[in-house]
Design a protein around this ligand. Structure first.
Ligand code: ADP
Ligand code: MG
Length: 349
């Protein structure tokens, strides 16, 4: 308990919030780190980049339709569209019959017109049959690491909006540190494969699982565990909370949702990937410290009790004086406390 208490305090100083002792214990054994794309390696503040409307619409009209709908969604991509519209001083319209399909997109009625925004499969499921043309125009954007959001109005494809998120400056360093700690890095995202691969290739991620539905994310984590690996999952909680709780340990970004923070064992206040490396170093130091303390707690007794019981008496005539026994008793506690306090000074960088 001393080691855990000091270790949790040390973590808090560095912006690593540990929920309980079990979280620290599990973190030590992690060999795979699975990260979500949005909000983890990148900045988590995606921005609207390009607007590509069908010939019947102006870019402003397309953006107004999309942003009006997205103001009711909590997805980071939605926020990017809404900010993009605000920047261009586009007034948003009221929405009726708003619906959100997890890991797919959003739908609603604006001025009597049925509007959809989301990924191509979501539009197809909603009965839009002319998405292909825009899918081919999206390819070059996706190869650039941008996410394309497809818009349909009144049953017809109406254009695409692209959104990009710049990689955090600290991410390459973080990936290097995590590799040095022996972890394998996997990116797990619901986004398009081309976009995911382009983003992953910039930051030396070991493997990419793209176009995964929210339920598929949890299933993927389960599969890793069944294959004998110990995965940690870091995410923002939007469409990945089940995966966070399925992992050996869930790591929530402080910038993420409450549900992520609820289901995670570790919360990173700053949402910086380097803090995952810190958390892992912390858990390894704390668990090492606990083992040393167990040694201190038992060693004195293992030596002292038999001597006090007289095992040496027939050989050397030695017995343990009660005074020395008393001192040993307290020394064992003092050693444990002093050793645990060393954790205050450990380096996590
Ligand atoms: P990620 O793993 O990148 O966080 P999600 O499962 O949250 O992915 O979403 C997968 C895809 O579904 C997104 O890349 C986007 O194309 C689409 N999508 C989800 N929610 C929305 C939304 N509110 N508006 C538009 N598209 C969305
Ligand atoms: Mg997400």
């Amino acid at each position: 308990p001393m080691s855990i208490m000091v270790g949790v305090g040390r973590g808090a100083q560095e912006g690593v919030l540990v929920k309980n002792a079990e979280a620290l214990e599990r973190l030590e054994k992690i060999d795979t780190l699975v990260v979500d794309k949005t909000g983890t390696p990148p900045e988590g503040r995606p921005e609207l980049m390009d607007i590509l409307p069908a010939s019947e619409y102006t870019p402003e009209a397309l953006l107004r339709f999309a942003a009006s709908l997205e103001q009711h969604s909590e997805h980071p991509l939605a926020a990017a569209i809404v900010r993009g519209a605000k920047k261009q001083n586009i007034a948003l319209s009221p929405v009726e019959d708003f619906r959100s399909v997890t890991g797919g997109g959003v739908a609603g009625r604006i001025n009597g017109q049925a509007v959809l925004v989301g990924k191509p499969d979501f539009l197809r499921n909603e009965g839009i049959h002319d998405v292909e043309a825009f899918e081919s125009s999206a390819i070059e954007f996706q190869n650039d690491g941008k996410t394309a959001l497809f818009v349909a109005i009144n049953g017809k494809a109406a254009g695409i909006l692209t959104v990009a998120d710049s990689i955090k400056d600290s991410t390459p360093q973080a990936v290097r540190e995590l590799h040095e700690l022996g972890l394998k890095l996997v990116m797990l995202t619901g986004d398009n494969r081309r976009t995911a691969i382009s983003v992953a290739s910039r930051i030396a991620i070991d493997s990419v699982e793209a176009e995964v539905e929210p339920a598929g994310k949890a299933a993927y984590i389960r599969k890793l565990r069944e294959a004998g690996r110990s995965p940690a999952m870091a995410g923002d909680g939007i469409n990945d909370a089940p995966a966070l709780s399925e992992a050996e340990i869930g790591i929530a970004m402080g910038t993420g949702t409450d549900v992520a923070i609820q289901s995670a064992g570790i919360t990173l206040v700053r949402g910086d990937l380097r803090d995952i490396a810190k958390a892992i170093r912390l858990s390894r130091s704390v668990m090492g410290n606990i083992r040393q303390n167990l040694f201190f707690a038992f060693a004195y007794n293992a030596i002292g009790v038999p001597i006090a019981a007289g095992v040496l008496y027939p050989l050397t005539g030695t017995l343990l004086s009660p005074m020395i026994a008393g001192a040993a008793m307290s020394l064992s506690s003092v050693s444990v406390i002093l050793n645990a306090l060393r954790l205050r000074k450990i380096r996590l960088r």
